[in-house]
Design a protein around this ligand. Structure first.
Ligand code: NAP
Length: 287
């Protein structure tokens, strides 16, 4: 390996492999008369959300998971949405429920997520799921950090005793990411917008996960040679092209491994949604 190029962790290739395994498990469940089912609720017409839900539904179809897409007008009330979630909680053909965020401002997203049965919380956003991760009990892990862990697993990376730096502390990426790394015995540092010297932190890291939402938050001078760099960010660059938080061209000359954007964490997030849905169906089937 030359220092000109870190090795790529290919999220598309890994997703293909993992989705193949999901399809096999779905077939096995179907043979027992159970078709795994995911319900996706979209409220309003946010263009990005429409693309996300379409991709999720398509991925389900490709992996033998039945999916139901419920689209509602932005004028839907909170009470109406809560009633839909409740109905899906009772629906035996549905094993996973996903409410696409963001919701319109008049709906309390936290209240809606908390209304989802934890047994069907395949996004892993329910407080019960977060608590289970915190205390190391079985539950559903949020798909994006879960996908990052699978990427590390795919290169047989042993996190024990390694220093991992997570940039970002959101409830859906940064915080659960840090807990998952901790569970694998890494020493974890969480950085955020009030971290005074980000570079001083990242230069110590064996693993860096960037989950900020700003391009070029991580540049080559901030990375220890050979470090593993996972880029969760999804941004548009000045030319309008999709890019991550990491200055890919620069950082790949220093890092040992790097994930690209696109084709990195993005496809893994959807893959882990399929894995969680399958897992939910298997748990409900008692297998
Ligand atoms: P978020 O809720 O906006 O959180 C961003 C975090 O970055 C916050 O904790 C913030 O700190 C921190 N931050 C902001 N500026 C910083 C800086 N200059 N230095 C260090 N930390 C800084 O975002 P998110 O939902 O976690 O998402 C993060 C990125 O990942 C976004 O680009 C999003 O689109 C992307 N994403 C991708 C996927 C995927 O499937 N690939 C899935 C989810 C999210 P404070 O807490 O102090 O404000």
């Amino acid at each position: 390996m030359t220092q000109e190029s870190a090795r790529l962790i290919d999220g598309n290739a890994l997703s293909k492999q993992l989705r193949g395994a999901v399809a096999q498990r779905a077939t096995a469940l179907k043979a027992r008369g159970i078709t795994p089912g995911l319900a996706v609720i979209l409220v309003g017409d946010n263009p990005a959300s429409q693309v996300y839900v379409r991709n999720k539904v398509k991925a389900c179809e490709d992996s033998g998971i039945h999916s139901v897409l419920e689209k509602y007008d932005a004028s839907m009330t909170e009470a109406e949405l809560l009633a839909r979630v409740d109905a899906l909680n009772q629906d035996a053909s549905i094993h996973g429920i996903l409410v696409q965020l963001p919701l319109p401002a008049h709906i309390d997203a936290h209240k809606v997520i908390e209304a989802i049965s934890p047994a069907k919380d395949v996004d892993g956003f329910h407080v019960a799921s977060a608590g289970a991760l915190m205390v190391g009990q079985p539950g559903f892990w949020p798909c994006t950090p879960y996908g990052c862990m699978k990427m590390l697993e795919s290169i047989n990376y042993d996190l024990k005793g390694k220093h991992a730096v997570v940039i970002g502390r959101s409830n859906i990426v940064g915080k659960p990411m840090a807990l998952m790394l901790l569970q694998k015995n890494a020493t974890v540092t969480i950085c955020h917008s009030a971290t005074p010297d980000l570079k001083a932190m990242t230069l110590q890291a064996d693993v860096i996960v960037a989950a900020v939402g700003k391009q070029k938050v991580l540049t080559a001078d901030m990375v220890k040679p050979g470090a593993v760099v996972i880029d969760v960010g999804m941004n548009r660059n000045d030319e309008g092209k999709l890019c991550g938080d990491v200055d890919f061209e620069g950082v790949k000359t220093v890092a040992g491994y790097i994930t690209p954007v696109p084709g990195g964490v993005g496809p893994m997030t959807i893959t882990m949604l399929l894995v969680n849905t399958l897992e939910a169906a298997e748990r409900m089937a008692g297998s």
